[in-house]
Ligand binder design. Structure first.
Ligand code: BGC
Length: 441
C-alpha cells in the first residue's frame, strides 16, 4: 500500500510546553533568547495541538491520508532526557496513536525532530557520545509503550540540518557556532540512530527508518573548479549522512581539511549501517554550488551557494523544481544500487503567504501546482525503477517554522494563530481528490 500522508513535528505544533510534566527543550531556551526567532515568536502555544489533537486527526481523516508522520517530544517523555518516563507524556501519544488507528491512519513516529531535552544539551548535546545512548533508551521506552500500534519508526529527522543550523552556524537551537568542529554532532546522531534502531528492534519494531534531507547538487558552471566545489558540497550534505548508513563508511572529508572524524570508535559503523527498512527523504529544492571567489582571506569552506534562478519561488524564496525530486531519487538509486532500501518521501511542501479571502477561503493555487509537480516527479521515478513507497506533505497545518517563527505557512490547513481556527486550504481539497482518484502503485 502506497502511503499518502502529512507530516508535522512536536515543537512546531504542540505548544503546552509546561503542561503535564514536560521538561524544557533546547528550542524553549533558544526561542526565548532575544533576537533568535523572527518577531520574537516562540513555540509556547504554536498550534495548541497538545489540546486540539483530536480535531487535527479528524482533519486528516477527512483529507483521506492513510498515514501521519508526527514526532514525539523527548522532554515530554523524559523531562531530563534520561531516567524514568513521564506517564502523562506517554499517555498523550497513546491517545493520539489510538485515534489514528481508529481512523485507519498508519502512525509513522519520528523519535527525534530537534527538540533535545535541555538537560542533555547542558551535558554537551550531540557533541557528547552519551546522547546517542540516551536516544536509544528513550526509543526503547517508546517502542515498549506504542510499538503494538506504531508500525513505522523514524529515528532521526535530518541530522544534516540539525548539525549545520544547530551546531555549525547557530541559526537553530542550540545556537552553537562551531563550523567544522560541529562534525561530531553528525557522528553522534548517526550512532544514536543505530543504537535506537537496535532498541526498537529488540521490542519487535516492524519498520525502522531514518529521514535525511537530500538535495541534488548542481555545479554553477562547467568549470572544473565549480565541479569540484559541487562535489564537496554533495559530500557534506548528502553523502556524509547516506554513505555510513548504506555503505558502512564515511566519505572522504579531506576536501574540508578534515581527514577523519576522530570521534568514530571501532564498531560504530557496524551499528550505524545495520539494515534499514526504508530511507526517509525530505526534498525541498536543488542547490547550485560554485567555487569560492578568490580573495585576500582564504574561504572557510570550499564551496559557495550560487543560488538557483529561473524557477518560481516560494515565500521562503526557495526555487520550485519538481523534477529535482525525480533527479534526486534516480541519483540515489544510481549511487547506492541494491543497497538503497525502499524510499519514503517523508517531507515535501512549500511556504506561501496564505491568508483567507473575503469569503474565508484560502486559495493556494501555487501549492496545488507545487504538489502536482512533485507527485508527478515521484510517479516518473517509480516508472524509472525507484522503489518509492510513500509521500508525506509538509505540513498538515501552518506551524512554527523554526527561526522564521509563524511567518512561513507550509500547511494544507490554514491556522489563525490568534484564535487557533483551522481552515482547510484549496490544496487540502485538491489533495483529497487526488488521493481518491489517482492512486500510486
Ligand atoms: C524540517 C521541518 C521544516 C521544513 C521546512 C525540514 O527541514 O524537517 O521541520 O519545517 O523543513 O523548513
Amino acid at each position: 500500500m502506497f502511503l499518502w500522508g502529512t507530516a508535522t513535528a512536536s515543537y512546531q505544533i504542540e505548544g503546552a510546553v509546561a503542561e503535564d510534566g514536560r521538561g524544557p527543550s533546547i528550542w524553549d531556551t533558544f526561542a526565548h533568547e532575544p533576537g533568535r526567532i523572527r518577531d520574537g515568536h516562540t513555540g509556547d502555544v504554536a498550534c495548541d495541538h497538545y489540546n486540539r489533537w483530536s480535531e487535527d486527526v479528524t482533519l486528516m481523516g477527512s483529507l483521506g491520508v492513510n498515514s501521519y508522520r508526527f514526532s514525539i517530544s523527548w522532554p515530554r517523555i523524559q523531562p531530563e532526557g534520561r531516567g524514568k518516563p513521564n506517564e502523562a507524556g506517554l499517555a498523550f501519544y497513546d491517545r493520539l496513536v489510538d485515534e489514528l488507528c481508529a481512523k485507519d491512519i498508519v502512525p509513522a513516529a519520528t523519535i527525534f525532530h530537534w527538540d533535545l531535552p535541555q538537560a542533555l544539551e547542558d551535558r554537551g548535546g550531540w557533541l557528547n557520545r552519551d546522547t546517542s545512548h540516551h536516544l536509544a533508551d528513550y526509543a526503547g521506552i517508546l517502542a515498549e509503550r506504542l510499538g503494538d500500534r506504531v508500525p513505522m519508526w523514524i529515528t532521526l529527522n535530518e541530522p544534516f540540518i540539525h548539525m549545520v543550523f544547530g551546531y555549525a552556524l547557530g541559526t537553530h537551537a542550540p545556537g552553537r557556532t562551531l563550523f567544522l568542529d560541529a562534525l561530531p554532532a553528525a557522528h553522534h546522531q548517526l550512532l544514536g540512530h543505530g543504537l535506537a534502531a537496535q532498541a526498537l528492534r529488540a521490542h519487535g519494531a516492524e519498520r525502522v527508518l531514518i529521514t535525511n534531507n537530500c538535495t541534488p547538487v548542481w555545479p554553477a558552471s562547467g568549470s572544473a573548479e565549480d565541479h569540484r566545489a559541487a562535489e564537496a558540497y554533495d559530500t557534506l550534505h548528502n553523502r556524509l549522512f547516506n554513505d555510513p548508513l548504506l555503505l558502512g563508511k564515511y566519505p572522504d572529508l579531506s576536501a574540508y581539511g578534515v581527514s577523519t572524524l576522530d570521534v568514530v570508535r571501532d564498531g560504530d559503523l557496524e551499528v550505524i549501517a545495520q539494515p534499514l527498512d526504508g530511507l526517509g527523504i525530505n526534498y525541498y529544492n536543488p542547490t547550485r554550488i560554485a567555487a569560492p571567489a578568490p580573495g585576500p582571506d582564504s574561504a572557510p569552506l570550499p564551496f559557495e551557494d550560487a543560488g538557483v534562478s529561473g524557477y518560481p519561488t516560494t515565500a521562503f524564496g526557495w526555487p520550485v523544481v519538481p523534477d529535482g525530486l525525480r533527479e534526486l531519487l534516480l541519483g540515489l538509486r544510481a549511487r547506492y544500487g541494491d543497497a538503497l532500501p525502499p524510499v519514503y518521501v517523508t517531507e515535501n511542501g512549500c511556504s506561501l503567504a496564505d491568508e483567507p479571502g473575503q469569503d474565508g477561503a484560502v486559495d493556494d493555487q501555487a501549492r496545488i501546482a507545487f504538489l502536482d509537480g512533485h507527485i508527478g516527479a515521484i510517479r516518473a521515478a517509480i516508472a524509472e525503477g525507484v522503489d518509492v513507497r510513500g509521500y508525506y506533505v509538509w505540513s498538515l497545518m501552518d506551524n512554527f517554522e523554526w527561526a522564521e517563527g509563524f511567518n512561513q505557512r507550509f500547511g494544507l490547513v490554514h491556522v489563525d494563530f490568534a484564535t487557533q481556527k483551522r481552515t482547510p486550504k484549496a490544496s487540502y481539497h485538491w489533495l483529497r481528490e487526488r488521493i481518491a482518484t489517482h492512486p500510486l502503485p
